[in-house]
Write a protein that binds this ligand. Structure first.
Ligand SMILES: Cc1ncc(COP(=O)(O)O)c(C=O)c1O
Length: 460
């Protein structure tokens, strides 16, 4: 009775363990008072660390929430506004904020920005603009599980993974790019571009200059597009710094060249300001045809005018944006360190990260079998016995079993401490069960390994 889009729910990706973990959490959510044995949600990349800063700005600026400008009501104007080009004051404030996040190393032209209802809509819209059904985009693994829905589901585009490996901290290499490209060719897929997330979800790392140059060169010689999803650009908390692809184009004098027409940035305030419910995102592109088509398509997912107005007021307050960005990054750093140190005590290592709202955690030594079945077995124990919802690497299409994404910014410090306590007890009980006499030896050897591990392994 219904269309195949509706009936083929696998194409939406809802069956992924990433979403199943959320469902389990919803059935038994942790609450320190009402449900202390419930599941702690560590599978949600949400930033709740700086709400007090947003709240205090709102308290001090009642006009912005009361549909007023200089004391006069603008309710009617906002209620009637329906121009899909967006409020000019908001677009201008947003591009200035994007520039500030990138250390003012680059400027953005508001005419090249298309507003969308979050990055979800921005990514899909770009696929509609660039790819025909059946065309492919190369995406480095591990990648954000939502891409299976956002890039493929309604557009009919395909994702071909660029397999990255733990042997080089999951960096993108030329051979991995070539392999993915060749694989797509063999499958008769037309490769329209590469989509990267910088800083990466789930790795929590930003692309280095070698990778950025490699990507620009690759799309340049092969006449392809490069989409850079930079929704975590405002979550960078330690070195090395994040470099936007737009800065690479500028530094390489490519701004007015043909390749710049094929580079597009996706932005959002869901992570940078922790406002996923407001649905604020955008596409930034030098390509006039993409901007024009995406603007028309944005009719299907506009940002409401009162949200645009509120955010134009907030983001034009440069004192606020400066304080928010520096304080937020300080808090994220503290939080990440708490998680990494807590896991380290339990003998669990993390990939060295500098951005994002999560760590990429190595639990390979806890697998019963070094397979993806073994990973799911371990994940089930963690969800149902330890009662933590974390995301298995397989949901991010990681090619090696045993890696998990663990979020740290969507809970209180106390909840994180409880979660770490549970992990420690779990690891201890596992090693006791597996080999009681060796339990103490293992604990000591983990502590020794921790000291002698290669530099990339620990985030501290
Ligand atoms: C890499 C990446 N892109 C896009 C999104 C979607 O963001 P939004 O809430 O702005 O739609 C997410 C959300 O987790 C993400 O991690």
């Amino acid at each position: 009775m219904l269309s195949s889009k509706v009936t083929d729910c696998n194409a939406h990706g809802q069956d992924s363990t990433y979403f199943l973990g959320w469902e389990e959490y919803e059935k038994n959510p942790y609450d320190s008072v009402d449900n202390p044995n419930g599941i702690i949600q560590m599978g949600l990349a949400e930033n709740q660390l700086s709400f007090d800063i947003l709240q205090s700005w709102l308290d001090n600026n009642p006009d912005a929430t009361g549909f007023k400008k200089n004391g006069q009501s603008i309710f009617k104007q906002l209620a009637l506004f329906q121009d899909y080009n967006g409020l000019p004051s908001f677009k201008s404030a947003l591009v200035n904020f994007m520039s500030e996040i990138r250390g003012n190393a680059v400027t953005f032209d508001p005419n090249n920005l298309v507003l969308t209802a979050g990055a979800t809509s921005a990514n899909e819209t770009l696929m509609f603009c660039i790819a025909n059904p059946g065309d492919a985009f190369l995406v480095p693994t591990p990648y954000y599980p939502g891409f299976d829905r956002d890039l493929k589901w309604r557009t009919g585009a395909q994702i071909v993974p660029i397999h990255c490996s733990s042997s080089n901290s999951f960096r993108i290499t030329k051979s991995a790019l070539e392999d993915a490209y060749q694989k797509a060719q063999k499958q008769d897929l037309k490769v329209k571009g590469i989509l990267v997330t910088n800083p990466s979800n789930p790795l929590g790392t930003s692309l280095n200059s070698h990778e950025l140059d490699l990507l620009v060169n690759f799309v340049s010689t092969r006449n392809m597009h490069l989409v850079s999803d930079e929704v975590y650009s405002g979550t960078v908390y330690s070195s090395p710094n994040f470099t936007s692809v737009i800065e690479v184009l500028k530094n390489r004098n490519l701004v007015n060249t043909e390749v710049a027409n094929r580079v597009h940035i996706v932005c959002s305030l869901s992570k940078d300001l922790g406002l996923p419910g407001f649905r604020i995102g955008g596409i930034y592109s030098n390509n006039k045809d993409v901007v024009s088509a995406a603007t028309k398509m944005s009719s299907f997912g506009l940002i409401s005018s009162q949200t645009q107005y509120l955010m134009s007021e907030m983001l034009s307050d440069r004192k606020f944006t400066k304080t928010y960005l520096s304080e937020n990054s300080r808090r994220l750093k503290n939080r990440q360190e708490t998680l990494v140190k807590g896991l380290q005590k339990a003998g669990i290592r993390c990939l060295k990260s500098n951005a994002g709202l999560f760590c990429w955690v190595d639990m390979r030594h806890l697998l019963g079998s070094k397979t993806f079945e073994g990973e799911i077995e371990l994940w089930k124990k963690i969800v149902y016995d330890v009662r933590l919802n974390i995301s298995p690497g397989s949901s991010c299409h990681c090619s090696e079993p045993g890696w998990f994404r663990v979020c740290f910014a969507n809970m209180s410090e106390k909840t994180l401490a409880s979660a770490l306590q549970r992990v420690t007890s779990f690891v201890e009980s596992m090693s006791r069960k597996n080999n009681p006499s060796r339990h103490e030896q293992i604990r000591l050897s983990h502590a020794r390994r921790t000291k002698s591990l290669p530099k990339w392994v620990f985030a501290l």
